[in-house]
Every structure is written in C-alpha cells, then in structure tokens.
Design a protein around this ligand. Structure first.
Ligand SMILES: [Zn+2]
Length: 113
C-alpha cells in the first residue's frame, strides 16, 4: 500500500511539473504535449544526482529526451544559456498544479490501481 501511494505521488508530481512547464522543454522550447513518442517527454534533474542534486520539485524541469541526454551529468548552471537559466528560475517560482494533475489522473482511472 505504501508503495502504491508513493507511486501515486510520483505520478501526480511528474504531471504537475510538466503542466507547470507548459509541456515544453525548458531548454529548446519544443512542445512535448502531442509528441509522437511519449518517451521524448522527460524530467531533467537540473543539478544531476552525481553532483548532489535531489529529487525535489525545485530540482526538476521538463526536458525533451534529446536535450536531457545532451546535457548529461552537467548542472543547468553551467550547461544552460543565460536565457534558459532565466526561464528556469521564472518557471520554478510557479505554483505546482498538483490538485489539477491529481484530478486529471483520477479522471483517467490511474488512481484506482
Ligand atoms: Zn529540448
């Protein structure tokens, strides 16, 4: 039960972060809302785990697979352009729409597992 609940929270947080970022890659601005391949939609650890980054909401951002893999194990501070960094800082201040995300997942029946 505990595991299911933490999965549920993960799903809600993940969707809420995509929504906060308008389903666009924070680096190249590609819209990933209607992406053909759902695997192109990823969460980037702004500061990678290997550099001490955690799983907190503030350390996660929407990225396309291509930017995410090109960025690799580098920090957003060194990899991102000035414009990208400004955008990330701005978007991180947005309120995470967790209630809305939970409602969407529930409507899709994903909360019943
Ligand atoms: Zn990208």
């Amino acid at each position: 039960m505990a595991k299911l609940q933490s999965n549920w929270i993960d799903q809600v947080i993940r969707l809420a972060i995509y929504m906060r970022d308008d389903f666009k890659c924070v680096y190249c601005r590609r819209s990933l809302m209607h992406t053909v391949c759902p695997f192109d939609l990823t969460l980037d650890h702004l500061v990678p785990r290997s550099l001490g980054g955690d799983h907190s909401i503030k350390n996660l951002a929407t990225a396309c697979r291509s930017c995410n893999s090109r960025k690799g194990a580098r920090s957003w501070r060194t990899w991102g352009t000035r414009k990208q960094r400004a955008r990330i800082i701005k978007q991180r201040r947005r309120t995470l729409p967790t209630k809305k995300a939970a409602a969407i997942l529930l409507a899709q029946g994903l909360g019943d597992e």
